[in-house]
Design a protein. Sequence first.
Length: 265
Amino acid sequence: MSAETSRVALVTGAGQGIGRGVALQLAADGFCVVINDIVADPSNTESGAYEVKKTIEGAGGRAEVHRADVASAADRQAMMDFVAEELGRLDLLVNNAGVAPKERTDILKAGEESFDRVMSVNLKGPYFLTQRAADRMIQWKRAGKVGHPRIVFITSISAYASSPSRGEYCVSKAGLSMAAKLYADRLAEFGIPVLEIRPGIIRTPMTSVVKDKYDKLIEEGLLPIKRWGEPEDVARVVSAFARGDLDYCTGQAIEVGGGFGIRRL
Ligand SMILES: NC(=O)c1ccc[n+]([C@@H]2O[C@H](COP(=O)([O-])OP(=O)(O)OC[C@H]3O[C@@H](n4cnc5c(N)ncnc54)[C@H](O)[C@@H]3O)[C@@H](O)[C@H]2O)c1
């Protein structure tokens, strides 16, 4: 499959977890997938970005790995240059890369270092990567190189649910939710739909460190659907959006959370 004939998707933070699930689904849907991650070791094909590439290629799909830190302006520019020079088009950007605070700390005590780290990866990175990607998408759409470019922001139920022991994460996701609306508004005239997806409690390496806590909460009835979410639950929504099924929903958020957001009595 050549990049001239296959649509191209860039998935940030795709070396594991939700991003991995999204990359595998999009490759199965026929996309050539650019697997971005801050960690990418070509000598390791058992885990991380090159495992995802190997798995996609083993199933007959096409994938490229591009190591980049979404928090770095130089890396974001280099990543878009890579897409332009190697593939010549971008049909879907999935802003997925994100980090949790290294330590949960009460908002009354938490320091600025963690705030700056979380905000730069979770908010500043995707905010400005989308600016660069949208610029290219507009150009490529005008030139007839892409038909229907689209953009996804993976936020979180933490965009509205308060966790005072990781306030910087909640604030970053609330900000990213607004970024999705802003880009949806601005890019509508160019025919570029934008979707926010809010995962709930999804089984990934990020949540493995709080597994016992969430096992207990789910068992006690936190979620109407009494199970963990899986990366595939999120990936199926990205797939529907990438197919064009949700284009008139631009600027909206879809929660993939087993009913977490339902107010109950
Ligand atoms: N797992 C959940 O329950 C959950 C819930 C809501 C939202 N989310 C969000 O979904 C996204 C993916 O989460 P996950 O659980 O798969 O996390 P994860 O930690 O398992 O995987 C994240 C991936 O992003 C990469 N990454 C981290 N910083 C990066 C950077 N600066 N540049 C490029 N790549 C970087 C990591 O190396 C890793 O491969 C995150 O934005 C997260 O906030 C996750």
